[in-house]
Design a protein around this ligand. Structure first.
Ligand code: AMP
Ligand code: ZN
Length: 142
């Protein structure tokens, strides 16, 4: 994928602050960090989003995730960590090569605000949620 910025980072034609790579993944510092230690983990294979992963791609990719998280935890001693990942422009995806954000959290005043999540329990009653679960169970292959 010649025009993909993250493929170019993997190839080395665009610079990055790399922290780790193996056969399957590449990890580097986000250029616009939201907290200290904000890292992106990407698959070396160009995969646009979560829908395009094979099971093998996913296994290879996520095998590296605890290594990255533990390195950040040991180095920066955060009190928590968000792992975030956007699929599609409507979900906030701006780079269309799959990436997992590691966002170490220091305290509630560290400037990163996920508190805007508002639960819609009036619309999604426990009965409605059970209905949704039933339809989803039929969609997921073993
Ligand atoms: P998303 O909105 O989930 O698609 O996130 C894309 C992320 O990629 C943003 O957090 C950007 O700051 C980051 N980003 C874009 N270009 C670069 C780059 N050249 N080096 C490092 N991070 C980048
Ligand atoms: Zn790519």
């Amino acid at each position: 994928m010649g025009s993909c910025i993250f493929c170019q980072i993997i190839e080395g034609s665009i610079p990055s602050a790399k922290i780790y790579e193996d056969e399957h993944v590449y990890a580097f510092m986000d250029i616009m960090p939201v907290t200290k230690g904000h890292v992106l983990l990407i698959p070396k294979k160009h995969v646009e989003n979560i829908y395009d992963f094979t099971e093998e791609d996913a296994a290879n990719f996520f095998a590296a995730a605890p290594k990255i998280a533990n390195a950040l935890k040991d180095e920066f001693i955060p009190v928590g960590m968000n792992l975030l990942q956007n699929n599609g422009a409507a979900a906030g995806q701006t780079v269309f090569h799959y990436h997992l954000h590691f966002i170490p959290r220091y305290d509630e005043t560290d400037g990163f605000d996920l508190a805007k999540w508002e639960s819609k329990q009036d619309e999604f009653t426990p009965e409605k949620v059970q209905e949704l679960a039933a339809t989803l169970r039929g969609k997921i292959s073993q």
